[in-house]
Design a protein around this ligand. Structure first.
Ligand code: PAF
Length: 287
C-alpha cells in the first residue's frame, strides 16, 4: 500500500491511474479506523480497481467548543488496518496544504445543511462539503463510499455531487454495529462505564420504531412517542432530536405514506454526542 501526503503527488497518481483505465474508488475518513470503516473499504474494493482512503481530521467541520482537539488520532494504526482491508493508497494530507492561510472558498449545500444536525451544528456541513469537494478534486475518484450512520451527510453529499456535476458515483454502505446494537463510531472511544452501556438505547429505540412501522403504525407522533419512552429509561441520555424524515429531501414526515423514510436520533451522554438512524424501505411499509 502506498502512503501519499502531498496533494500534487496524489493528483498525479490519480491522473496516471485514470490514463491506465483504472476505476478509482474513494473512502474519505477522519481516521481512527474501526470495523465500520473497513466495511466501507470492502464495499469500495468490490466496485473499483483502486481503493484510496483519506485520513484527515477536518478542522472546518468542528464548531467552537466541539471535540477537534481531542478527536482520536493514530495514523500508523490506520495505515496498518487500511492495508489489511485491501486499500491501495492512503492519502494523509497536512492541514496547511488543504487550507492555505489565505483560502477563502467554501462549498455549502443550502437548506439541507440547516436541518436536523445543522440546527445543533450550524457550520458543520459547510465544513464537510468544502473538504469533500476539495478531496474529490485531489483524489479524482469514479466512486466514493460513505457510511449510512451519517445519513444526513450522505444525502447532502449526493445533492452537492448532483448540483456541481461531479462525475462521481456516491455509494452509501450500511452501518456496522457493536453486539449490543451501538453504531460504530470513532467517538465511541469517549464513552466509559455506564455511558457506554447507556448508549445502546439509541439503537433499541430505532428497532422499536421499526417494529411499530412493521406492525402497521404510520403516525410518526406515535412512533416518536415509543422512542421517547424507551429513551426515558436512560436518564443520562440527553436527546437532541428523534425524527422521521424523507430520505432525499430530509423533510419531516407526519404520516408515513411512501418509502424510503429515515428514522434518526441524536443524543448526548456527558460530553459525547452520538447519532444513529435506520432507513425504512418499501417492503416494510407495504407489508
Ligand atoms: O464522515 C466523516 O468521517 C467526515 O465527515 C468526512 C466525510 C471524512 C469529511 O471530513
Amino acid at each position: 500500500m502506498q502512503r501519499i501526503t502531498d496533494i500534487q503527488e496524489m493528483q498525479r497518481t490519480a491522473d496516471r491511474l485514470r490514463i491506465e483505465g483504472k476505476r478509482i474508488g474513494f473512502v474519505p475518513t477522519m481516521g481512527f479506523l474501526h470495523a465500520g470503516h473497513l466495511d466501507l473499504l470492502r464495499v469500495c474494493r468490490e466496485q473499483c480497481d483502486i481503493v484510496v482512503l483519506s485520513v484527515f481530521v477536518n478542522p472546518a467541520q468542528f464548531g467552537k467548543g466541539e471535540d477537534f482537539g481531542r478527536y482520536p488520532r493514530d495514523p500508523d494504526r490506520d495505515e496498518a488496518l487500511a492495508a489489511s482491508a485491501g486499500c491501495d493508497i492512503v492519502f494523509i494530507p497536512n492541514s496547511e496544504d488543504i487550507y492555505p492561510p489565505d483560502a477563502s472558498t467554501r462549498v455549502e449545500v443550502e437548506g439541507l445543511s440547516e436541518l436536523w444536525e445543522g440546527r445543533f451544528r450550524p457550520t458543520h456541513f459547510r465544513g464537510v462539503t468544502t473538504v469533500v469537494s476539495l478531496l474529490f478534486h485531489i483524489v479524482k475518484p469514479h466512486c466514493a463510499v460513505f457510511g449510512q450512520k451519517d445519513i444526513q451527510q450522505a444525502v447532502i453529499i449526493r445533492r452537492m455531487v448532483r448540483d456541481l456535476h461531479f462525475d462521481i458515483e456516491i455509494i452509501v454502505a450500511p452501518t456496522r454495529r457493536e453486539n449490543d446494537g451501538l453504531a460504530m463510531s470513532s467517538r465511541n472511544t469517549y464513552l466509559a462505564g455506564s455511558g457506554r452501556s447507556d448508549a445502546a438505547v439509541l439503537s433499541r429505540a430505532l428497532r422499536l420504531a421499526e417494529q411499530a412501522i412493521a406492525g402497521g403504525e404510520r403516525n410518526t407522533a406515535m412512533i416518536l412517542a415509543i422512542m421517547h419512552d424507551e429513551l426515558a429509561g436512560s436518564p443520562d441520555i440527553k436527546l437532541d432530536y428523534a425524527a422521521v424524515f424523507d430520505a432525499e429531501t430530509l423533510e419531516e414526515i407526519i404520516v408515513i405514506d411512501k418509502a424510503p423514510v429515515v428514522i434518526a436520533i441524536a443524543a448526548r451522554i456527558g460530553n459525547t454526542r452520538l447519532i444513529d438512524n435506520t432507513i425504512v424501505k418499501g417492503e416494510t411499509i407495504e407489508s
